[in-house]
Design a protein around this ligand. Structure first.
Ligand code: FES
Length: 116
């Protein structure tokens, strides 16, 4: 199986977010702060709801935290920790990615499924 293309680095503002993307039956999104990129499952650890209200809108107004629009949980965008809200102390589920020639890619889906 081949890797999955998610988006281009140039698709993301700084700070910014993009998604959701379908990946092996799951929804994921990508965030950027400077030259640091992370991908997370689009599922809040509080009630397992999608985080965003509309595509590409995963960050709070300051661009500092990932925001769950359902009940307001705030997550550190780089380590996924919930720092405020009803699931404080829990975290988002990370999705491994790598940046290659300006492209953000995820491993083959079979590799992701084997990680669970
Ligand atoms: S579902 Fe995200 S804070 Fe409740």
């Amino acid at each position: 199986m081949s890797e999955h293309f998610l988006c281009l680095v140039s698709d993301l503002s700084d700070p910014g977010a993009k998604g959701p993307f379908r990946l092996g039956g799951r929804a994921v999104f990508v965030v950027r702060r400077g030259n640091n990129f992370r991908a997370w499952e689009d599922s809040c650890p509080h009630a397992f709801a999608p985080l965003e209200m509309e595509p590409d809108h995963f960050l709070d107004l300051t661009g500092t935290y990932v925001l769950c629009t359902m009940h307001g949980a705030h997550f550190d965008m780089m380590d996924g920790d919930c720092v405020m809200g009803p699931c404080k102390g829990r975290r988002l589920t990370a999705v491994p990615i790598r940046v290659e020639n300006g492209r953000i890619v995820a491993p083959p889906t079979s590799d992701l499924l084997n990680r669970r």
